[in-house]
Design a protein around this ligand. Sequence first.
Ligand SMILES: Nc1ncnc2c1ncn2[C@@H]1O[C@H](COP(=O)(O)OP(=O)(O)OP(=O)(O)O)[C@@H](O)[C@H]1O
Ligand SMILES: [Mg+2]
Length: 274
Amino acid sequence: MTAIRLEGLSKTFARHDGTPLPVLDGLTIEAGDGEFVCLLGPSGSGKSTTLDILAGLTPRDGGRVLADGREDLRPVVFGYVFQQPRLLNWRSARQNLEFALAARDVDVAGARHRVAAELSLVGLSDFADAYPLTLSGGMRQRVAIARALVIDPDVLLMDEPFSSLDELTARRLRSELLRIWERERHTVLFVTHNALEAAFLADRIYVISNRPARVVGCVPVGVPRPRSPEDPSLLAVQRQVIDLLEDGGAATHDAPGAPARPEPVASPTVSKEP
Ligand SMILES: Nc1ncnc2c1ncn2[C@@H]1O[C@H](COP(=O)(O)OP(=O)(O)OP(=O)(O)O)[C@@H](O)[C@H]1O
Ligand SMILES: [Mg+2]
């Protein structure tokens, strides 16, 4: 387990016509050791880019990425559940997990029990030999989660893993995820569009603005665990998050000439970035 800190991250992509597309502008977020942190923001604001930078898949233009206060991320094992499951369709569920282990130079033959345990954890023991295209969307997402867990990550990155699932399946998987997290205590950075999902899962929720993304505010979720999805106090957290999302709309740079909205006013329960 590892504490992570993204400090003053900046990133500009090139649009197809070559003009710059600033995506991140001084974004600072952190997750303590074993903390479950959610990241919410408008579509296209740079959430996946942020996770990709943390995982070392996309280079940053500026800022720092720290693990336990150090800039050396080589010792950190990241488990990444991508926005799409990104499974190898010509390999079975079991072989997808074995492939992830082999990529980390783990002896696959010696790790068969781990593969079986992770597939069992996500309820797929009976589907270990099934190929991804024969599985439902929810089952594919479970394989992707098991693949991220089997390498025993220090930090679990999850990019809207449940957003394409029906609500009942998503509910079940959220509870399963919390059960796993409470046992393993990975540090989790979880991206979602769903404020209620974030309230149910997170210790803390960062809300980021339209791109170029900056933190609009951070909502601590004080609701005791285990939580019920029906707990009315989650609705109050959801409201705070939605208010911040609305505030974050003021930061859009996509609409030149749009009138500036006033800076949000701080509330006593929600910390807002200056
Ligand atoms: N490799 C790339 N080259 C050029 N532009 C990119 C690249 N990757 C992402 N972008 C652009 O950067 C912006 C941020 O993308 P990103 O995928 O990080 O957003 P997001 O917040 O994850 O959005 P969503 O909620 O829709 O998943 C988008 O406008 C996207 O088109
Ligand atoms: Mg995304």
